[in-house]
Design a protein around this ligand. Structure first.
Ligand SMILES: [Fe+2]
Length: 295
């Protein structure tokens, strides 16, 4: 028997084992056909020395075996069908709600004294930064009139200020809760998420921040340091409405903000801060924004 013929017989003998391994009733229909046609092809050969015919059959089989490697495993298929099964089981009839958007809000889980110390430290450091950061102030004149943000000049404050390194640690429990409750496909697990950016925002009467998303991040959020009564909240746009829809057709939800609270949301969710007006004349609205991304 030639070497090619031996290889072909080995391949044919291996097919049923591969089918069992895949455990898939539907999967090897093509292979079954191929196997049959291969055997018919074998029978039609003049003899095993018909090398050309054997080599054709052999390469056909090898291609198919190669394709088999790329077929999904039963575990992968179960995962893929999980949502289909969920719909089957839970919503056989009637109206169901899908594609919910998770937004998290909570008071930072620390005692009142620690919270007051944290806010005081951030306020003081922010005032000092604003004083010395000429480039940042120039950036704000152009991009953030009526307020000061370090977004344009200092976006790694969690690595520079102890208070914000502490805040980062305090946020971990909230991030964990958001990931558990939020059910956000595609967001890396907690162990892989890292704070990639962190900056401060001070908003005066006219300061505003139009609708935007946060690039290169999975989870974004804001911690509120100082929120005078009546200051504007954080507004989220309903992501189900196509962005080409008329502005007045877009639903917007405003989360009121309170000092000591943290709000987390998926980075792709469009949000804005409208001007607060006279509510912040005496005391400005101060917050810390941040991004978390997978590493
Ligand atoms: Fe933002």
């Amino acid at each position: 028997m030639t070497r090619s013929a031996r290889r072909l017989l080995v391949l044919l003998a291996g097919l049923p084992a591969l089918q069992t391994w895949c455990g898939w009733a539907r999967l090897p229909r093509r292979l079954g056909r191929l196997s049959r046609s291969s055997l018919e092809g074998l029978e039609g050969l003049e003899g095993l020395e018909d090398l050309e015919g054997l080599e054709d059959l052999e390469s056909q089989l090898e291609r198919s075996l190669e394709e088999l490697k790329h077929l999904e495993t039963p575990e992968e298929a179960r995962e893929r069908y999980a949502t289909v099964l969920e719909v089957e089981e839970k919503h056989r009839k009637g109206t169901a709600r899908h594609f919910a958007t998770p937004i998290y809000r909570s008071a930072l889980s620390v005692d009142a004294a620690s919270l007051a110390a944290l806010n005081e430290e951030v306020l003081e450091a922010t005032a000092q930064l604003r004083e010395r950061d000429a480039a940042g102030r120039a950036w704000c004149q152009e991009n953030y009139p009526g307020g000061f943000t370090s977004f344009g000049s200092a976006r790694q404050l969690h690595k520079e200020w102890k208070a914000l390194a502490d805040l980062k640690r305090m946020l971990k429990a909230h991030l964990r809760a958001f990931l558990q409750e939020g059910n956000m496909p595609g967001v890396p697990p907690l162990e892989s998420l890292h704070m990639t950016e962190c900056w401060v925002n001070v908003m005066g009467e006219e300061a505003t921040h139009g609708f935007h998303t946060h690039d290169y991040a999975n989870i974004s959020g804001t911690y509120y340091v100082q929120t005078p009564p009546g200051c504007s909240g954080l507004r989220f746009e309903d992501p189900r409405v196509d962005r080409t829809a008329q502005l007045d057709q877009r639903l917007v939800l405003e989360y009121p903000v309170r000092a000591g609270d943290v709000i987390l949301f998926p980075s792709w969710l469009r949000h804005e801060v409208p001007p607060s007006g006279p509510a912040v004349r005496e005391s400005e609205r101060v917050s810390v924004s941040f991004n978390f991304a997978g590493r």
